[in-house]
Design a binder for this molecule. Structure first.
Ligand code: CP
Length: 315
């Protein structure tokens, strides 16, 4: 594995999952693999889980880590080409990526979409420029369109708890007070289909995701039908892809609550966190014994460590 930005960088998901469970059982079995190697973690946006779990994963492999909050701890970075840099952005991404590539053996990048210009966001210019100019492997720590470390952790969690070979996994849209990216649902749909699950996606009309990401999944607009017999419910808000970045629905009937969960096959509840209680999910659902959110977050270390383990073997 050279870079890790999506499921398409994974040659064999079953093999990667098998390694993930070995790492989960014994996190220090490769503690010298990353000795004298450095991982740089670059955050254009806020993080709790990604920041801590990816550092911990790198350190479990013996790597040194450096964390930089871009635009806060460092110079503000210009990501466009051909602009006269006479504003507040003092450094261009082309030099920044190349310089960081000289300090680091692997670079993790978190860069959210601006949700204003769909073509610009979906071109993934920030992470692609790091890949182009850094000269070292790049790991997505959530880009404009995908969150693969989260999705891998989600699949590890489902594998840990599933009771049937091919569980019915529901990705259920839920309301939110702010416009959020499509990166988590895009990515989750791709990984869940690749894992061979029966994947159902439910959302109000107008929240259709880019079909590139949902191929192999069933879109079910009837929420009650969609929740029916689900083994896992992954609740998540996202803003509209068609009416790009807009909030079209605030109906709290879409909150993942006990009434919706009662339709399922005693489903496990999942969410990537952070989550807004009683908006995305009711207290009784997230606090129930079927809630996997903490184990899911714990598996972020496993997913990151497995990906870094794989990359370290190729450098
Ligand atoms: N799930 C996730 O990526 O969490 P953070 O935004 O806190 O990193």
């Amino acid at each position: 594995m050279k870079h890790f930005t999506s499921i398409h960088d994974v040659a064999n998901l079953k093999e990667l999952l098998a390694e993930a469970f070995l790492i989960k059982d014994n996190p220090f079995q490769h503690e010298n693999l990353g000795k004298h190697r450095t991982m740089g973690l670059l955050f254009f946006n806020s993080s709790l889980r990604t920041r801590l779990s990816t550092q911990k994963a790198a350190q479990n492999l013996g790597m040194n880590t450096m964390v930089l909050n871009i635009n806060e701890d460092s110079w503000k970075i210009e990501t466009e080409f051909g602009v006269v840099m006479n504003g507040d952005k003092a450094e261009h991404i082309k030099e920044a990526a190349a310089v960081i590539g000289r300090y680091c053996d692997i670079i993790g990048v978190r860069s959210f979409p601006a949700l204003k210009d769909r073509n610009a966001d979906y071109s993934e210019s920030v992470i692609n420029q790091f890949i182009q100019y850094a000269g070292v492997p790049v790991v997505s720590m959530e880009s404009a369109t995908r969150h693969p470390l989260q999705s891998f952790a989600d699949i590890i969690t489902i594998e840990q708890y599933k009771k049937t070979e091919r569980p019915r996994v529901l990705l259920a849209w839920a309301p939110h007070c702010r416009a959020l990216p499509q990166s988590v649902p895009n990515s989750f749909a791709e990984w869940a289909v690749a894992a061979g699950y029966e994947v159902v996606i439910t959302h109000p009309e107008g929240y259709e995701l880019d079909p590139v990401f949902t191929r192999g999944a069933t879109i079910e607009y009837d929420r009650e039908k969609a929740y029916g017999n689900a083994d896992f419910v992954y609740a998540k808000n996202w803003s509209s892809y068609c009416n790009y970045g807009k909030i079209l629905c605030e109906d709290l009937a879409w909150t993942c609550n006990a009434k919706n969960m009662a339709l399922t096959s005693h489903a496990k509840f999942m969410h990537c966190l952070p989550v807004r209680r009683n908006l995305v999910v009711s207290d009784e659902v997230i606090d129930s014994e079927n809630s996997l959110v903490i184990e899911e977050a714990a598996n972020r270390v496993v997913s990151a460590q497995t990906v870094l383990w794989k990359i370290l073997q190729s450098i």
